[in-house]
Ligand binder design. Structure first.
Ligand SMILES: *Cc1c(COP(=O)(O)O)cnc(C)c1O
Length: 409
């Protein structure tokens, strides 16, 4: 046994959350899953849940299901996800994709009366593509200017950079809580304060933090947030996203996709659109009930364990991964492209080498599954409730072997 293999065994033996790793589907062909930050594993209990949904909720209740709970689902599930990110009830709603919610909230923010004299949207140039693309589209639609923060790709937008970028022209700042590439964990409290000092609104993208990093949206006075549920909330491929709109802003903002589910009285079948006075106005169409079955199961588990405990294991896993990388991978010429351990790092690490595109393909053939992020990064995303230290050791050791093979030529 290598030193890191021995250490992994010790860490698994001492892990208070170890039992939960057995609650997920573990296919024997998957040797090491290092991409829980991109698509979380399914809970094994889902087969029964889906059967119950088909047989009972849908099959037996049929159309009555809407009155019996489905209409409230976006808000009730939203409140539960809100509680995981520090939001009091009535401010978080589930529905649409992150991309669509970004569009709705960004448009709502720049169109708000308070933004009338403000002409700029601030975003960093290494934010996730969809976030940047939506900002580009809204800026073009509304004749606004984008102020790009140029970030170090091994880190993310710092407080100093945001302070330098915002001013009286800023309408909205769009940033990710955890950078999808580097894992940089932004200073939500400091940045939100700086944006507010400039009189602007802030939108945080929580895709890579919801369910794994404690977040205090209300306490920091965050205005808007969106997040995915198929990453650390294991909602399954294409499960719906969530949006947070601070209560005081809800009546002042109007989103552009005016559908019947956002109307003041959904079943009035009114001749003209009049938005609901509250959070409901941010919905557009029929809630994606079927797509929340797996998400509800995982939210239950995260509630039971608590985000603070999940974060503790995330820190332990990423710390261990860094040691395993130092032992197996960095000696072959790869470099760490993430912040050092500490308060500025989320639950994934990126390591870079020019041969990683082919190395990643080899790993997938072996059942070792991280993901490749162009141009040269392999991302190791560690979903604490479903990942063992032994699995990280196996995967990182395999990465070292394949890199050694590739560099030998
Ligand atoms: C994963 C991710 C998305 C994905 O958006 P979809 O609409 O679900 O495709 C958006 N933004 C960030 C920061 C992400 O990490």
């Amino acid at each position: 046994m290598t030193d890191t293999a021995r250490l992994a065994a010790e860490l698994d033996a001492a892990d208070p959350l170890a039992a939960h790793t057995g609650a997920f589907v573990r296919d024997p062909g998957v040797v090491s899953y290092l991409d829980g930050n991109s698509l979380g594993r399914p809970l094994a209990s889902l087969e029964e849940r889906f059967a119950r949904f088909v047989g009972h909720d849908w099959g037996s209740r049929l159309i009555r299901g809407w009155d019996e709970g489905w209409m409230r689902l976006p808000y009730e599930l939203g409140d539960r996800i809100g509680a995981l990110v520090g939001a009091a009830p009535g401010q978080t709603v589930v529905g649409d994709s992150t991309t669509v919610l970004l569009y709705k909230l960004i448009r709502a923010a720049v169109d708000a009366p308070r933004s009338a004299a403000r002409t700029e949207i601030v975003i960093d140039d290494d934010n996730f593509p969809t976030d940047r693309f939506i900002v580009e589209g809204v800026a073009a639609e509304r004749g606004l200017t984008i102020r790009w923060i140029e970030v170090d790709r091994t880190a993310g937008a710092t407080l100093e950079q945001v302070e330098a970028a915002v001013g009286e022209r800023t309408a909205l700042v769009v940033l990710s809580h955890v950078a999808y590439r580097s894992g940089f964990l932004a200073d939500v409290a400091g940045v939100t304060r700086a944006v507010h000092d400039a009189g602007a609104l802030v939108l945080w993208d929580l895709c890579h933090s919801a369910g794994v990093i404690p977040t205090e949206l209300d306490a920091h006075g965050v205005d808007l947030a969106v997040g995915c549920t198929y990453k650390y909330l294991n909602g399954g491929p294409g499960s719906p996203a969530f949006a947070y709109v601070r209560r005081e802003l809800q009546g002042q903002l109007q989103q552009p996709i005016q559908g019947w589910m956002g109307a003041a009285d959904v079943f009035a079948m009114a001749p003209r659109y009049r938005p609901a006075p509250d959070l409901a106005r941010f919905l557009s169409g029929t809630p994606p009930v079927l797509a929340t079955v797996a998400l509800e199961a995982m939210v239950e588990l995260v509630e039971q364990v608590g985000v603070a405990a999940v974060r503790e294991k995330s820190i332990a896993l990423t710390g261990f991964a860094e040691q395993a990388l130092a032992a197996h991978v960095l000696p072959h010429g790869a470099v760490l492209a993430s912040p050092p351990a500490g308060p500025r790092r989320g639950s994934h690490l990126t390591v870079a080498h020019p041969s990683f595109r082919e190395v990643n393909a080899r790993l997938w053939e072996r059942g070792v599954i991280p993901d490749f992020r162009a141009p040269d990064g392999i991302r190791i995303g560690l979903s604490p409730l479903s990942t063992t230290f032994a699995e990280v050791e196996l995967g990182v050791a395999a990465l070292g072997e394949e890199l050694a093979r590739a560099t030998r030529g």
